[in-house]
Ligand binder design. Structure first.
Ligand code: SAM
Length: 286
């Protein structure tokens, strides 16, 4: 017994961010299981859902609900518990907490309060999908969920028109067809899309098609819109020919002596080019 009468925790009193499966229950690390077995308390988005997960691994722990809407307030209680010596695991319904899931405010406030945070890595749909999509992965942009309202969604997609990295979106089955149709309107019919559906589950499937054909495929059969989706969109092709080679040469030369921003600004003046495009080209190529 400790001074305050509690049985001492098996683990140091910290916040453990524990990744859990995104479908296949075997996708969990030994370390994640050990941590869940040893912590004093498991904080979860949906305690009923996560209760089933713990039961599957034969782990019995007190649970603490933590939703998006009460995270700040309930997070304070959790921090007090950790400061009084308890170890706490945070899990979400699936995958890695904080990745389009609650936890950001709690982690941020733990940092502010000097509480240690230990990540226990594991599955996340974004990385799982990218790893088998066949799109460039050297640089990518995780965009999470698009806004639900049409205008917000269109504005967000318009802001991404020039994005050259592979873009990754989470999408619900109800909205996926509309989202792909908006991609056709905004990015063009030929933009390559890869859909990763039901990852790690029985009906796991990948479809890679130009955007307009993807709309047709989704409309073909209601089953094509069932399940969980990760939508990956190839980045915009850079039109390098629009920057004359002579300007690129100047930029490369100036960059040897100057920071890229300054080199791009001077090159833009000398060759009457856009400094942002030169800067972007420099970031990618120099
Ligand atoms: N925290 C999770 C992660 O690390 O990936 C994401 C949670 S977010 C609330 C749920 C979304 O993730 C789903 O709508 C879907 O877009 C994506 N997702 C989660 N599991 C998936 C799976 N097995 N197959 C495809 N997409 C999945």
């Amino acid at each position: 017994m400790s001074e305050n009468g509690q049985i001492p925790s098996l683990l140091p009193a910290k916040l453990y961010i524990v990744a859990t499966p995104i479908g296949n229950m075997s996708d969990i690390t030994y370390r994640a299981i050990e941590i869940l077995q040893q912590v004093d308390l498991v904080a979860a988005e949906d305690t009923r859902h996560s209760g089933k997960l713990l039961k599957y691994y034969q782990i019995k722990k007190p649970m603490f609900p933590l939703h998006d809407h009460n995270e700040r307030e309930r997070g304070k209680v959790l921090i007090e518990k950790i400061q009084s010596g308890q170890s706490v695991a945070l899990i979400s319904d699936a995958g890695t907490p904080l990745i389009s899931d609650p936890g950001y405010h709690l982690v941020n406030e733990c940092r502010e309060a000097g509480v240690d945070i230990v990540p226990i890595p594991g599955p996340s749909a974004v990385i799982t999908a990218l790893s088998a999509a066949g799109l460039p992965t050297d640089r990518f942009s995780f965009e999470g969920f698009l806004p639900a309202k049409e205008k917000g969604k269109q504005d967000k997609l318009k802001a991404l028109i020039e994005e050259t990295r592979t873009m990754v979106f989470y999408e619900s089955p109800r909205r996926v067809t509309d989202t792909v149709a908006q991609i056709v309107n905004i990015f063009g019919a030929d933009r390559k899309i890869v859909i990763a559906r039901e990852l790690t589950k029985t009906f796991e499937s990948f479809y890679a098609l130009p955007a307009s054909e993807m709309v047709d495929w989704l409309n073909q059969d209601t089953n094509h819109c069932r399940g969980e989706f990760v939508l990956m969109v190839a980045g915009a092709q850079k039109d390098e020919e629009s920057i004359p080679q002579v300007a690129l040469n100047t930029l490369a030369l100036l960059k040897e002596q100057l920071p890229l921003k300054k080199a791009a600004a001077l090159t833009a003046q000398i060759h009457d080019q856009k400094k942002n495009e030169l800067y972007k080209w420099g970031l990618d190529n120099l």
